[in-house]
Design a protein around this ligand. Structure first.
Ligand code: SF4
Length: 285
């Protein structure tokens, strides 16, 4: 069996920084709330919860005067306002690359309509949108462009500033922005704010999935970047398995003659990839 692990598999800088800083906050304060899953990986979450982290789904669930982590995806503006009202100390671990997008939007929002290419219900996309002054729209698919045209016309603005969710598919971004440029008159500034960690990993996944018989993508069920890696692999490889851990694999799906590619998402610890390699080497006959 030939196993190739992607060079870019595993934690991106943003996730690695989040986990380190969350862990040191717990050493310092013992009890810290976290707004949403800190990263999309059950093992990482349970390790931090064992140290005293409590996962909550809304800032309303955090007591007054408590300490609350904002994870790498960032949060909507309303969360920051509510935290102030409740005298909550925020441990803001929003990834620097997402803060840069929010700053750009803050600068452009007076003169330009803001379009965000990304998943409509993703916390990062909603967080970015909340920093616009209301003249903004999220485009996830081609079907959303009609709605964008209506909103843009209603805004009476004649400039548009387009950004991306950091983990969005790079080629889909290009396709959607080309349609926008074709259909919408006026000055359109496109800023492809896809994170390099994401686009490079997607590119490597594409190349790797072309070379192997079977592809294993390792990551959380709720992870947008992992889902994207699965979709990219399926375009090039007939057998693609999206798993969280080695126990999710079925040894009957593999044979000793297979060439297997493995790519971990941005929230996948290296140890889980090692366990998958061990499983394949020991269990597959
Ligand atoms: S994928 Fe990029 S933007 Fe997202 S957390 Fe990682 S480094 Fe930050």
């Amino acid at each position: 069996m030939d196993i190739i692990v992607g060079k870019l598999s595993g934690f991106c800088n943003g996730v690695s920084n989040t986990i380190k800083r969350a862990s040191s906050s717990l050493d310092q304060y013992k009890k810290v709330y976290c707004l949403g899953e800190i990263v999309h990986n059950e093992r990482v979450i349970s390790d931090l919860e064992n140290k005293g982290m409590i996962t909550i789904s809304s800032i309303d669930d955090a007591p007054n005067n408590s300490k609350v982590i904002i994870r790498a995806h960032g949060e909507v503006k309303e969360t920051y306002d509510k935290a102030k009202e409740k005298n909550i100390e925020l441990i803001d671990l929003t990834c620097g690359k997402i803060l840069i997008i929010k700053n750009k939007i803050t600068k452009k929002k007076e003169e330009s309509f803001i379009t965000i290419i990304g998943k409509k219900n993703h916390p990062e996309t909603l967080g970015i949108k909340s920093f616009s002054n209301g003249y903004s729209y999220i485009v996830e698919n081609e079907e959303d462009i009609e709605g964008l045209i209506n909103e843009f016309n209603n805004s009476k603005l004649n400039k548009m500033f387009v950004v991306s969710q950091t983990t969005f598919n790079a080629s889909k971004f290009d396709k959607l922005t080309n349609i926008i440029k074709d259909k919408i008159p006026g000055e359109i500034e496109i800023d492809k704010t896809i994170c390099n960690a994401t686009s490079d990993r997607q590119e490597e996944t594409k190349e790797l999935s072309k070379q192997v018989d079977k592809m294993i993508i390792v990551g959380g069920k709720h992870s947008s970047n992992t889902k994207e890696l699965e979709n990219i692999s399926k375009e090039n490889c007939k057998y693609v398995y999206l798993v969280q851990e080695a126990k999710d694999l079925n040894k009957e799906d593999f044979s000793i003659n297979d060439k297997i590619g493995i790519m971990g998402g941005a929230s996948t610890p290296e140890i889980i990839v090692k366990e998958i390699i061990d499983f394949l080497e020991k269990e597959v006959k």
